[in-house]
Design a binder for this molecule. Sequence first.
Ligand SMILES: Cc1cc2nc3c(=O)[nH]c(=O)nc-3n(C[C@H](O)[C@H](O)[C@H](O)COP(=O)(O)OP(=O)(O)OC[C@H]3O[C@@H](n4cnc5c(N)ncnc54)[C@H](O)[C@@H]3O)c2cc1C
Length: 419
Amino acid sequence: MHVIIMGGGIAGLSQALSLHQIGVACRVYEAVPNLAPLGYGINLQPNAIRELTALGLGEKLAAAGVITKELAFYNKHGQLIWTEPRGRGAGYRWPQISISRGELHRILLAAIHQRLGGDAVVTGHRLTSIETRGEKVMARFADPSGHPVGEAEGDILIGADGIHSAVRQHFYKGEKAVFDGFLHYRGIVEAPPYLTGASMAVVGHRTHRAILYPVMQRPGGKVMINWLAYTKIPPGSPPLEAWDTAADKQACVDRFQGWSYPWLDVHGLFAATPAEHVLQLPNVDRDPIPRWSFGRVTLIGDAAHPMQPVGAQAGSQAVVDGRVLAASLMAVRDPVEALTRYQNERIAAMNDMIVRNRNLGLESILQTAEERAPGGFQHIHDVLSQEELENTAASFKKAAGFDVETVNSRHSFVDRPSP
Ligand SMILES: Cc1cc2nc3c(=O)[nH]c(=O)nc-3n(C[C@H](O)[C@H](O)[C@H](O)COP(=O)(O)OP(=O)(O)OC[C@H]3O[C@@H](n4cnc5c(N)ncnc54)[C@H](O)[C@@H]3O)c2cc1C
């Protein structure tokens, strides 16, 4: 069997490693001409680290990132609403790791080159069309200038080509991304550690929010802090399509005036970020779809379930998709049946996650606190009961498939020795 994977992002590369682990040949086709390690911070939850450890990458990821100890929510006055331990401290057998997306991508790509060979990832190949011919799937490609650069044939085609997936467009023609009118500024800056030194902090509420977490240890005890600032898009702004375009740093800093707390000077951190390290992206996702698998073609990662960046899920769920797909190919001989089995195992939970994230998921307690006590509170339990707080946190983790019991009690989806 030969599998062709469209897209060399987190989903595509981790899928290739899982297929190699089960002895299925594959090749990844990526649109960009050079696969540079791009992106700022990303989180890998214990359910994904468990799978990446089964792929033999756990130690490398831990060394390159930060083992997250805590998730903490604050209102815009800097008052603590909720805190919970993360990873091993919460009872998981695996950690949560906050890491630079570029580092994660570099580690996956290096493992592919080592295990599958230098030609396993073909760059400068943008998918332009798909055709099923009997028991084969054909993919055609163009180079970055739009000129055709040939075709590839496989028994299965996996669309791992991200939120603007061409594979998804093939089945859902004219479907558009959903933009909620809000903007994310994204930045990365070297600074002294705050709180536990490995805390993910979420501050504010639905329409005005900051998310911060360290992603890398630096010499001299400092850390690289990744931050996201979520705010209403300024009137008259041009339409935003792309990931990570240059941003007006001062506009972002001004919006967070006064966000300076004893535990962290958020405003000061934004102001200290070099302007060239502040980017912007539109807050987009897509509506849930009823099918991912069509005969010998399927979708994984953001191509299948692009979601708003709430609850730090996109990277982890992309990894899990690839593992469940590999497990289905091991369990069922017929590829069409295997792809349906994979879809049926994942689609309901991921569609639910898209909707939950539009409603702020786990972070919805920030919005409740803002609505009930916009001026702050004496004690959080005057605003939100312990039961409400615990239930919101537990329900999100259960729905996303990374509650302690689920993760600790099952085998890896691909129960094979690590390569
Ligand atoms: C440049 C970049 C930077 C990012 N930075 C961050 C970040 O800092 N933090 C964060 O949380 N998330 C970031 N993300 C998104 C994050 O990687 C995903 O949400 C998540 O990891 C799921 O991964 P994915 O592989 O499904 O999608 P992606 O990681 O987006 O990968 C999709 C890949 O498909 C390729 N592709 C697209 N169209 C085609 C086509 N027609 N033919 C062939 N290849 C195609 C893209 O070039 C890309 O490499 C970034 C994504 C990109 C592309």
